[in-house]
Design a protein around this ligand. Structure first.
Ligand code: APR
Length: 245
């Protein structure tokens, strides 16, 4: 591979699978025993805010550290490998994740865009102010900015809502020369279309996944296996190759 100056990485649920977080499209079609329409749409939140808050409270809790105790769910070698790539790569690096967990941050990544939001944040429905959230949210909790009850929502991009940071993401992909997609099935757009944007920009494209994604044919190269096993090896080899350039 020629010397690389700018890398964009896209991650999905597969990178957190080895940390014990379930992916979305398991065989039963359910996500943590819920239908997506019941917990991950604005309509679901209007209809039953208690169910939706409870669902995200349960997703948030295992990521929290309590005083001396470490979080129940921790980063795995794939998250760590991306942090190492970012730290040691001598060029521009952007990590785009569809994941709402904080495992990339736990693993040491810095330049991250959570395009589908973050479960450790909440948002005021009136002002869109975003707050850190390291506890359960109850429907009647008072909002920190407007003081109103029933006004806080998880800072999550639900189905039917616009993903975050799209301008920055488009700009980074259109100027990258290596695009790597890890642990995502290619079912959900716009993320599934990023590989085509990268191809149009003339970047090399690499898919790392357990199996072929729905957009696998758009990549120049693929490595199939568990991200926690194949990604650290790929990062080592890539960094050695770059040092020789
Ligand atoms: N290593 C690498 N890949 C894995 C691993 C692993 N250990 N385990 C599973 N995978 C792969 C699966 O084979 C699958 O292709 O990760 C992919 C996970 O796909 P999805 O469950 O569809 O998750 P994702 O692509 O992130 O979903 C995108 O859909 O529901 C929405 O907003 C939600 O961000 C999510 C979006």
């Amino acid at each position: 591979m020629n010397s690389v100056k700018s890398i964009v990485v896209l991650t999905g649920a597969g990178i957190s699978a080895e940390s014990g977080i379930k992916t979305f499209r398991a065989d039963d079609g359910l996500w943590e025993n819920h239908r997506v329409e019941d917990v991950a749409t604005p309509e679901a939140f209007e209809r039953d805010p208690w169910l939706v808050q409870k669902f995200y409270n349960e997703r948030r809790r295992p990521l929290l550290c309590y005083q001396e105790r470490e979080s129940e769910v921790k980063y795995n070698p794939a998250h760590k490998a991306l942090a190492k790539l970012e730290a040691q790569f001598d060029g521009d690096f952007l990590l785009i994740t569809q994941n709402i967990d904080n495992l990339h941050e736990q693993g040491g990544s810095i330049n991250i865009k959570h395009m589908h939001g973050e479960v450790l944040k909440m948002r005021c429905k009136s002002t869109n102010t975003v707050f850190d959230c390291f506890h359960d949210i109850e429907v009647a909790d008072l909002c920190d900015c407007c003081g109103e009850p029933n006004n806080l929502r998880p800072h999550i991009v639900w189905f039917g809502e616009m993903p975050l940071y799209m301008d920055e993401i488009a700009s980074a992909i259109s100027s990258c020369d290596l695009f790597i997609s890890i642990g995502t099935s290619g079912n959900v757009y716009p993320a599934a279309g990023f590989v085509q944007m990268a191809n149009q920009a003339g970047a090399r494209t690499l898919e790392i996944n357990l199996e072929e994604s729905l957009v696998a044919s758009n990549f120049d190269q693929a490595i199939y296996g568990k991200a926690g096993e194949v990604l650290p090896a790929w990062v080592e080899e890539f960094l050695i190759g770059q040092r020789k350039k």
